[in-house]
Every structure is written in structure tokens, then in C-alpha cells.
Design a protein around this ligand. Structure first.
Ligand SMILES: *Cc1c(COP(=O)(O)O)cnc(C)c1O
Length: 393
């Protein structure tokens, strides 16, 4: 049995998989089982922030794995405390962290923080959380309900109550009532089409929410960890959220979710927990990823890479204005809006042949999420492959 046959026989078919099996990776370059080479403009959906086969991360994980991988949260965990310090200090916010294992779980934690806040703060119990219609917040029963897209609610009910969907950011304020405790948003909607919210509107919303004592919860699972050029997109938007969630890029591929909040007294022992969350191995990954990316930022290398990537993307976009209607996104969370869904599907199909990995977002957005450590040579090569993927369309 080959991998495809084995997968088909033993793995539940929840993914529409592309028929490629990768066997080797180095930074933003991957090789499949047939020896074909690809430039990776996906970084495993914004996860492999420091590239494939990163020596520093590999060495740190190796060293940690040979000593202690896991004890439990019943004891103090040195790399967890250190990871929390790095994340909090880099964010610039006066917050504390809780460690989980995925984006959905981080958002579950955020929702629990809001629900507890609504229980203990004020005269009446507040529990409603407003999210956006084109949002994506995860796949657990609660986060799937927090996700505004109707098509996600086809099965699996009954869902937890208390989620209210706004058509767009302008509609949020009118939906706030005496039971509303929080608003959860992505600043650049990832799955929804790489659509950044307007900075001024977000700043206005932040002010309104503060005046009404409604928590501003920013889902930075995709936008966080320098994806937009700043550590957090909320840093770029110059707002001070009450709750921030992280996952994807924070472990460089090791599963980690983090929820951090300025409501530092919200939980007492027993209110929330995780067996795996923040264990020695995953926290060590966070420490190393933070060090690598903080160095890339402070040396100017990250900003140079982003500027270079953006320049090449802009040129590519201008050369193909018959295929694309808009360049969207911020930093290394970039997209090109295709003129229609068929064009996008054709590009996705051709890209694989041409040796470049790209993603889809929403109905018709080509999404690019390269590793933050991608080299200029890899960027050039990836766009060369994209050029050949769109030639003839
Ligand atoms: C990917 C994503 C999630 C879900 O993360 P998982 O690790 O798959 O649970 C939640 N929110 C946003 C914005 C995401 O992009």
C-alpha cells in the first residue's frame, strides 16, 4: 500500500487532499516523493513561520526531546514561563497567557474568559459575543458557531447560544445590547478572503467597546507572529485588545495555541486547563521561534523580506491585470483577488505543475503566506513559477 491508499483506507476523509507527498524541506523549498521541487508560498497555512528544516528550531527541539518532553501543568514549567514572558513582552501589552494546542482551543479559552467576565462583572449576566459574517474562528462546536459563515453550521447542532453575527464592522455597534460581553474579530480576515479591516474603523470600535465595557477579542491565529510585519496585527492597528489569541506560526509547526488577556485575575485554579498545553517541547518551540523572529525583526531582515516580496507581488499583479482585480492583505499575508472563481481554480491547478504552492481564501482570492524567512531567491523563483502557471489564462 502506498501512502494515498493507506490514507484512503484508514483516515477519515475530512480533507480534499492534493495528490502530492512531500519528503524533504529547506526553508521555503520542498521536494516531493518524485523529486519535483516546489517553492512554498503557504508555510503550511501560516504555520512554518521560520521555514522548513530550520536548524535552530530543530536543535532546540532535539535537545528538549532528549531531556523532558512533558510533565504536566501540575508543576512549574521553565520553558512555558519563559515563552509567556517573551510573548507578553514582545506584544507590548500588560497581559498574561494560557497555553493550549491549536487556534480553535485558544479561541475557546478567549470565549471562556469573556463568559466568565460577563458572569462576574456588572449586575446582569452578560454572555453574547459578536463576530463577523465572513470570519473564521475554528472547528470545535463552539468556535464553529463563533464563525459567522452560515455554511459551517449545516450539521452538528444544537450549538451553544450567544453568538451574534455582524455583516461588517460598521454593524457591530448596533448589535450590542445589555447581554453583550465581547466582540471577536480578525483584523485581516484570513479564510474570509485576506481582507484587512480599516484601521480607523477598528480604532473607533475599540473606543466604543471600552466605553461600554465590552471586551475586544482579537483572533490573531493567522495574523499574529509577524505575519503582517509587526508581532501582532493589533500592534499595527495601534489598539489595545482585552484578549488576543495566537496559534499557527507561534510554534513554527509544533502545535501551540495561546490566549492572552489583560484581565489577569479572570481565572482561578480549576477554571480552565489543558493536559498538553504549554508542555516542555511545545514551549521550547515558542521560545526558539520568538528568538529567531525577534532577531529577524530587530536586524531589519524581516522588513526587507516583506518589502521585497511586496514589490515582486505588485509587479506580478500589474502584469496580469486581466486576471486579478485587487491586491489585498498586509505584509506576508497577501492575496490577489481573481476576476472569478474559475480563474482561481485554474491557477491553483497550474501552480502545482509549475512548482509553486499557493492557497485559496474565500471564493476567489489567491492567498500567499510564505515562511517569514523566505529568501529573495526563493521569492523570485516562486513568482517565476506563478508566471508560468497563469500564462495562457
Ligand atoms: C486557522 C485559524 C483558526 C483555527 O486554528 P486551528 O489551529 O486550526 O484550530 C482560528 N482562527 C483563525 C483566524 C485562523 O486562521
Amino acid at each position: 500500500m502506498n501512502t494515498k491508499e493507506r490514507d484512503t483506507k484508514y483516515v477519515l476523509p475530512t480533507y480534499a487532499r492534493t495528490d502530492v507527498e512531500f519528503v524533504k524541506g529547506k526553508n521555503a523549498t520542498l521536494w516531493d516523493s518524485k523529486g519535483k521541487r516546489y517553492i512554498d508560498f503557504t508555510s503550511g497555512i501560516a504555520v512554518v513561520s521560520v521555514g522548513h528544516g530550520n536548524e535552530r528550531l530543530a536543535n532546540a527541539l532535539c535537545e528538549q526531546a532528549k531531556n523532558i518532553i512533558h510533565i504536566s501543568n501540575l508543576y512549574y514549567i521553565e520553558p512555558q514561563a519563559r515563552a509567556a514572558q517573551k510573548v507578553v513582552e514582545t506584544s507590548g501589552y500588560d497581559m498574561k497567557c494560557f497555553f493550549a494546542n491549536s487556534g480553535a482551543e485558544a479561541n475557546e479559552g478567549a470565549i471562556k474568559i469573556a463568559r466568565k467576565y460577563g458572569e462576574v462583572d456588572g449586575e446582569i449576566k452578560r454572555y453574547k459575543i459578536i463576530t463577523l459574517k465572513h470570519s473564521f474562528h475554528g472547528r470545535t462546536i463552539t468556535t464553529v458557531k463563533a464563525t459567522g459563515q452560515e455554511k459551517m453550521h449545516n450539521y452538528f447542532g444544537p450549538f451553544p447560544d450567544g453568538f451574534v453575527y455582524a455583516e461588517d464592522i460598521d454593524e457591530i455597534e448596533s448589535l450590542i445590547d445589555e447581554r453583550t460581553v465581547g466582540v471577536m474579530i480578525e483584523l485581516v480576515q484570513g479564510e474570509g478572503g485576506v481582507e484587512p479591516l480599516q484601521k480607523q474603523k477598528v480604532q473607533q470600535l475599540a473606543k466604543t467597546l471600552k466605553s461600554k465595557d465590552v471586551l475586544l477579542m482579537v483572533d490573531e491565529v493567522q495574523t499574529g507572529v509577524y505575519r503582517t510585519g509587526e508581532f501582532l496585527a493589533s500592534n499595527l492597528y495601534e489598539i489595545e485588545p482585552d484578549v488576543v489569541t495566537l496559534a499557527k506560526g507561534i510554534g513554527g509547526g509544533v502545535p501551540v495555541g495561546i490566549v492572552m488577556t489583560s484581565k489577569k485575575e479572570i481565572f482561578s485554579a480549576g477554571d480552565h486547563g489543558s493536559t498538553f498545553g504549554g508542555n516542555y517541547l511545545s514551549s521550547r518551540a515558542v521560545c526558539e521561534v520568538m528568538d529567531i523572529l525577534n532577531e529577524a525583526k530587530s536586524s531589519g531582515r524581516l522588513d526587507e523580506t516583506i518589502a521585497y516580496f511586496d514589490g515582486v507581488l505588485e509587479r506580478f499583479y500589474k502584469e496580469h491585470d486581466s486576471l486579478f482585480t485587487k491586491k489585498v492583505g498586509i505584509g506576508m499575508m497577501a492575496g490577489l483577488r481573481c476576476k472569478d472563481a474559475d480563474t482561481l481554480n485554474a491557477i491553483l491547478e497550474n501552480a502545482k505543475e509549475a512548482g509553486v504552492m499557493v492557497l485559496k481564501a474565500g471564493r476567489n482570492t489567491l492567498r500567499l503566506l510564505p515562511p517569514l524567512t523566505i529568501s529573495t531567491k526563493e521569492i523570485d523563483e516562486g513568482f517565476e513559477a506563478l508566471r508560468s502557471a497563469v500564462s495562457g489564462l
